[in-house]
Design a binder for this molecule. Structure first.
Ligand code: ADP
Ligand code: MG
Length: 209
């Protein structure tokens, strides 16, 4: 199915075509209608299936570009993934103009990241530990978050980030959209997802070609 079947702006349709994205991957066509409707979504699909675009288009749709506070938060397990996701979301964000996407992760000095935050960011993509640290220091404020994405949720839980994620969700408004993406769904993920998602739409594509 083509991206043109989705309720996206003309600018985003044009941007997707320029980026070379024409046909949706199975996880994209299965999840994007619900994501764009603002529903909570629990999605399972293997690595490389295009999950970033599925949540990226969703969170961009909810942004107010004129407000430079954090409106969408994406949590990822590692620094590399946070950088990758931030880069992909930046490409999609071109359709909206001046959107700032900031990657925040540990293993590097906190001060420059805190300073970048002072200049405002619409979207934060980060690892749970560093994000929580910045929230605790009141440098990162999550009171305007409209969409929370848990990317590679299975890996984050495996790495012991459950408590951090839980604390981060408590700093977000109660009324928000939650999107959980995972390559696998062991019982621990299902249990965790019950605490983070509200009446989610379940999507899985693993048995499809
Ligand atoms: P996942 O998170 O599921 O592992 P990614 O979101 O990283 O997968 O996407 C894997 C690759 O597929 C990326 O290079 C991305 O740009 C590309 N991709 C995503 N969606 C499409 C699409 N609809 N058409 C072509 N390529 C796509
Ligand atoms: Mg991914």
């Amino acid at each position: 199915m083509s991206f043109s079947t989705l309720p996206l702006s003309e600018a985003q349709q044009k941007n997707l075509a320029e980026l070379g994205f024409h046909t949706m991957t199975p996880i994209q066509s299965a999840s994007l209608p619900a994501v764009l409707e603002g529903r909570d979504v629990l999605a399972q699909a293997k690595t490389g299936s295009g999950k970033t675009l599925a949540f990226g288009l969703g969170l961009l749709q909810r942004l107010n570009p004129t407000y430079f506070g954090c409106q969408a938060l994406v949590l990822c397990p590692t620094r590399e993934l946070a950088e990758q996701v931030a880069q992909e979301v930046r490409k999609l964000a071109r359709a909206l103009g001046n959107i700032k996407v900031l990657a925040l992760y540990g293993g590097t000095a906190l001060k420059p990241q805190a300073e970048s935050l002072q200049h405002g960011a619409h979207i934060v993509v980060g690892t749970p530990g560093r994000v929580l640290d910045l929230v605790d220091r009141d440098v990162l404020r999550l009171s305007a978050v409209k969409v929370l994405v848990l990317d590679e949720a299975d890996r984050m839980i495996d790495m012991g980030f459950y408590e951090d994620i839980s604390a981060i969700t408590q700093a977000c408004p109660l009324k928000r959209q939650n999107l959980l993406f995972s390559a696998t769904f062991p019982p621990a993920i299902l249990k965790a997802s019950e605490g983070f998602l509200m009446n989610p739409v379940h999507v899985r594509t693993d048995d499809k070609p």
